[in-house]
Design a binder for this molecule. Structure first.
Ligand code: FE
Length: 139
């Protein structure tokens, strides 16, 4: 696991768009059906929009019908952290970037094979790097 990126709230506000800040730093959720990665299939890697940490491979992306981009597994188990989330009267598992602690979305146990998991992500928390472009960790 690489070094963690810890920034002040002020620094995050400067770096991120208001939409990115709301999701990544305030645990917001983009409206379903609105994200830029809905229905996309371009090969490559999805990295954290906050810190550049590689999170998902395009080959694990699937159409969940939920209105949010969905993946069956992270690029590696330690790319993300899972946090119990009891907000809004539900028991869910929140998914955060392991490097910057940014909120990415949630994971549910109703996904397709091979993992049976559905990583339900916010498009605005991700950036897509085309195949062959090496990820750069933001410092
Ligand atoms: Fe991150």
């Amino acid at each position: 696991m690489q070094t963690r990126l810890i920034l002040s709230d002020e620094e995050w506000r400067k770096r991120l768009t208001p939409e990115q800040y709301h999701v990544l730093r305030e645990h917001g959720t983009e409206r379903p059906g609105t994200g830029c990665f809905l229905g996309t299939q371009e090969p490559g890697t999805y990295v954290c929009a906050g810190c550049g940490n590689p999170l998902f491979r395009s080959g694990t992306k699937f159409e969940s019908g939920t209105g949010w981009p969905s993946f069956t597994e992270p690029i590696s188990p330690d790319a993300i952290v899972r946090v119990r989330d009891t907000s809004y009267g539900m028991i869910r598992t929140e998914v955060r970037c392991a490097r910057c602690d940014g909120h990415l979305g949630h994971v549910f146990p109703d996904g397709p094979p091979p993992t049976g998991e559905r990583f339900c992500m916010n498009s605005v928390a991700l950036k897509h790097l085309p195949e062959g472009v090496a990820p750069t960790l933001l410092q």
